[in-house]
Design a protein around this ligand. Sequence first.
Ligand SMILES: Nc1ncnc2c1ncn2[C@@H]1O[C@H](COP(=O)(O)OP(=O)(O)OP(=O)(O)O)[C@@H](O)[C@H]1O
Ligand SMILES: [Mg+2]
Length: 423
Amino acid sequence: MANQQGSFLTAIDVGSAKTVALMVEMTDGGLRYRGHGVAESRGSRKGVIVELDKAVASIQKAVESAEDIAGAPVEHALIGVGGAHVRGVNSHGGISLGTRPREIGRDEIKQAVDRARAIPLPADREILHLLPQEFILDEQAGVHDPLGMMAARLEVRVHMVTAATSATQNVITAVNKAGVHVDDTVFEPLAAADSVLRNDEREMGVCLADIGAGSTELIVFQQGAVAYTGVIPIGGDHFTSDLSVGLCTPLAEAEKIKKIYGNAIVTLIPEGNEVEVPSVGDRPSRLLPQRLVAEILEPRARELFEMMRDNLRQSGMFDVCLAGIVLTGGASRLPGIFDVAESVLRRSVRLSWPRAHGQDAVDAIRTRIRNSSRHGQLWPARACSPRPARRSLGHKIESAVSRKGSVSRVQLTSAHYPLPTDS
Ligand SMILES: Nc1ncnc2c1ncn2[C@@H]1O[C@H](COP(=O)(O)OP(=O)(O)OP(=O)(O)O)[C@@H](O)[C@H]1O
Ligand SMILES: [Mg+2]
């Protein structure tokens, strides 16, 4: 991740609700926070750019706020990718090293991984991550790093995360148009997992559910490796639109009511509590029972966790999650959601929220660094393109930012994973 910015690293998360840019510095003592910016997301929905100019403006706003705090320009960034277009699939492949066992080198590992990833993909999909689960040496499974070991046959199991090429490319284009070159992409829950999951949970088997605004992303770890990724097309915005319709109030008011008075368990709300609910148009606001708010939210919460349970069951992952389910993401802040999750999933559930705004972005960086050093060769790297010009005016650090060149289209390399050189 070395780039023109020396030891600075930036991650950008273009979420459905908020866009976050975060800058950190790599120091001998680890990552040091240097600045972050948050802007309301406009023009992006459920991981897909729907209005490019608005999305670009949100990214610029978040980036400029981060730059102002850090006192340095953002030139390159990692970006988060998520949404219903992301899919995960397990694959398996291997090579024979001859009739007698011989030492396994980097080339052999690369060839085995090549076999594992050689499954037909539709033309409109690209690989985001190739995550090794285990290597199998002469039928001996469970090897984490076969480099230097002896075998006559080397096999590998990998989890491949794929995304719709156009959806990913449009996020890259928006970030490019905001004047930032994209170094790499990270599946958002993979980054979140680095922050909120403990090693013992990953070993035992755990599902992290990132309940965002537009969707809920799932990632299951088993024996320390990613076993499954999936997306459920329900997020916090569905709760808000249910309230908007059910209470006949504008979406913005429904969002406020959800955050202040919302609860996913009706019986946790004392009878007699009332909420002032603004009406649409010029009708006067009304006083409605707070329980009505929960009566609208509870079925949606149940539906979300029933879909999660069915999704995990159908993929054979439900029984893998012996350490339970961890909920994160903005929508998991709804009071009572924990109780609904436990009653539907019948697993131990815990909540774990990012520690601060922009934490997803820190996690993205940490994940990228961790994977770079451990099995970075299995991450698809994107080819570098010339950095496009920042379009914003009046920016304080503009002198440091090149203004020439047009918006670049980052060349998608569809999962080539350069092995580190021996040097
Ligand atoms: N206190 C709260 N109670 C209930 N819901 C909340 C609360 N705070 C935030 N939310 C909801 O969380 C959602 C935003 O979550 P988050 O910030 O994780 O989304 P995002 O990362 O921008 O979106 P996505 O991951 O879907 O692209 C919104 O639907 C918002 O209404
Ligand atoms: Mg998110």
